[in-house]
Design a protein around this ligand. Structure first.
Ligand code: SF4
Length: 430
C-alpha cells in the first residue's frame, strides 16, 4: 500500500489514490514541506490545523536550506549513514501515527508510553530522537537516565489536545474546585477530588498530578486508573481529553449527568456549584482533532457498504462514535485485535490514517480501511519530515545536540511520582 505521503501527492496531481479511485485530502497544503508552515499560527495542514496554537508554543528555528532542497532518496541515504555512524549511541523512536518515511528509520515503533519505555531498554544511547510530538519527548526525558539527551526533530510538533490544558488554567481550576469542595477527606478518608491527566499532556500537568495526589493514565489503562482514583477520592478532575474521560467513566457506570464539563474560560468552568458538588468526574474541555473527525454516520456507512464489518475505534473518539462501534481501544488494542483475527476479516478503524494504512499493508489477508474517507493525518505528527530527522542526526554525528527537550528537575520529580502511581495501579480482580 502506498504511504500517506505518496497518496497525498497522487491525489494532488491526479485527484485519485493508488487504486485509481477518486479521493480527497483534507488540505492541499499537505503537499508542501513543513518548513513552509512552521512559523504560522496554526498547527499546519492536517486534522488539527484549525485548533488554536498557544502563543508561547515552541517554534522551529531555521533548518539549513540543504535539507529542504534534498530529494527524499538523498535524505533517506543521509539518515541511514548518520545512524550507522552513531551506532548504539542513538535510538530513534517512531510513533504509530508517524509517516512511513520516518517510521522506516525507527528502532522502535509504538504508542507514546511504549516508546518512552523502549528508550529505557537502550541505556547506552546518549541521544533519544523522538519522532512524535512535544509531550512524548518530555515524557521520555522524565524517564530517561541522567545525561541522556531527548531530541524532538521539529520543535513545532506540539499536540493540539495537550495544548488545550495548560498549567495556569489547571491551577486556576484547581483553586476554584478546592474553594468549593474544601480540602478535608470524608469519613472514608477519600480526598474531595483527585487530578488525573492523560499521557497526552505536558510534563507540567503530570507534575501537578504528582504534587496533588493524582495520577497519569493512558488509553490502555484509563479504567484501572479511574478505579485507583475513586478509591482515594470522592471525584476526579480529568484532563485534557473529555472523550477518553467520558467514554471510560460511562463504561464504568458513571451517569452522564455526573460528568460536567469544565470550560477554562468560564467561572466554575461554566457550571453551577450544585452540579459540581454532585459530580463524579469533571471533564476538561479538550479533544483530539484527529479523532473528533469520526462520526456515527461513517460507522453506519461502513456497515451498509461492508456487511459483517468489524468497527474498532479509539476512545478519543466522541461517545456517539464509540457507542456505534463494535469495540473501542487504544492503538495497541487495535493492533492486537487485527493481529489476533484468524479468519479474513473486514475492519473499519477509527484512528489516525498512517496507522490504519500501515495495518492494511501489514495484514493483507484482511480488508482494513479508515472510517474517515478523507486522507487527513495528524497535523502535528506530520511536522516531522525526513529533512528534520536527517538534520538532527547529522548534527549529532558532528557532536552537536539540537532541539533538545529538557524538563525542569522539580517538575520531573513530581511527574515521575504520577507516572509511578500509574505503573503501580493494578486492575481490580474480576
Ligand atoms: S493524534 Fe491527536 S492526541 Fe495524538 S498527537 Fe495528534 S493531535 Fe495529539
Amino acid at each position: 500500500m502506498a504511504s500517506v505521503d505518496t497518496t497525498i501527492q497522487l491525489i494532488r496531481t491526479t485527484g485519485r489514490n493508488a487504486r485509481g479511485e477518486v479521493q480527497e485530502a483534507c488540505s492541499p497544503a499537505l503537499a508542501r514541506g513543513p518548513w513552509d508552515f512552521d512559523g504560522v499560527v496554526q498547527y499546519g495542514p492536517g486534522s488539527s490545523m484549525h485548533d488554536r496554537i498557544p502563543a508561547d508554543s515552541p517554534r522551529q528555528g531555521a533548518i539549513p536550506e540543504e535539507y529542504k532542497l534534498a530529494s527524499t532518496e538523498e535524505l533517506h541515504e543521509r539518515i541511514r549513514a548518520a545512524k550507522e555512524a552513531l551506532g548504539d549511541r542513538v535510538v530513534v523512536l517512531g510513533h504509530f501515527y508517524q509517516r512511513d518515511e520516518i517510521v522506516q528509520h525507527a528502532d522502535f515503533l509504538g504508542d507514546s508510553f511504549q516508546l518512552a519505555n523502549a528508550a529505557q531498554t537502550v541505556p547506552n544511547a546518549e541521544a533519544i530522537v523522538f519522532c512524535g510530538v512535544h509531550f512524548m519527548a518530555e515524557t521520555a526525558d522524565v524517564l530517561a537516565r541522567e545525561g541522556q539527551a531527548v531530541i524532538l526533530p521539529n520543535l513545532a510538533a506540539g499536540c493540539s489536545m495537550a495544548d488545550m490544558a495548560d498549567i495556569d488554567s489547571v491551577e486556576e481550576a484547581w483553586a476554584q474546585l478546592e474553594a468549593l469542595y474544601g480540602t478535608e477527606p470524608d469519613a472514608e478518608g477519600r480526598a474531595p477530588i483527585i487530578p488525573v491527566t492523560y499521557m497526552n499532556s505536558s510534563a507540567a500537568l503530570k507534575g501537578f498530578c504528582g504534587r496533588h495526589g493524582g495520577i497519569v493514565c493512558t488509553s490502555s489503562n484509563a479504567e484501572t486508573v479511574l478505579e485507583w482514583a475513586f478509591e482515594r477520592g470522592q471525584r476526579v478532575l480529568f484532563f485534557p481529553d473529555q472523550h477518553l474521560g467520558r467514554n471510560t467513566a460511562k463504561r464504568m457506570g458513571v451517569p452522564l449527568e455526573r460528568m460536567p464539563m469544565w470550560n477554562p474560560r468560564k467561572p466554575l468552568g461554566g457550571n453551577s456549584g450544585d452540579d459540581l458538588l454532585d459530580a463524579k468526574v469533571v471533564l476538561w474541555h479538550g479533544f483530539c482533532s484527529v479523532h473528533k473527525r469520526f462520526t456515527p454516520a461513517q460507522v453506519a456507512q461502513a456497515r451498509a457498504e461492508h456487511p459483517g464489518v468489524r468497527v474498532i475505534v479509539h476512545p478519543e473518539c466522541p461517545m456517539e462514535v464509540v457507542d456505534a462501534a463494535d469495540e473501542a481501544g487504544s492503538t495497541d488494542y487495535i493492533r492486537r485485535a487485527v493481529e489476533a483475527a484468524t479468519e479474513p476479516t473486514t475492519f473499519a478503524i477509527g484512528t489516525e490514517i498512517n496507522m490504519v494504512n500501515r495495518l492494511a499493508a501489514e495484514f493483507p489477508q484482511h480488508e482494513i480501511f479508515c472510517l474517515d474517507p478523507v486522507v487527513c493525518p495528524c497535523s502535528t505528527m506530520y511536522r516531522i519530515h525526513p529533512g528534520y530527522l536527517a538534520w538532527v542526526l547529522e548534527e549529532l554525528v558532528a557532536g552537536n545536540v539540537v532541539n533538545r527537550i529538557e524538563v525542569d528537575d522539580t517538575v520531573k520529580a513530581d511527574a515521575r511520582v504520577a507516572l509511578e502511581r500509574m505503573l503501580a495501579a493494578k486492575p481490580k480482580a474480576a
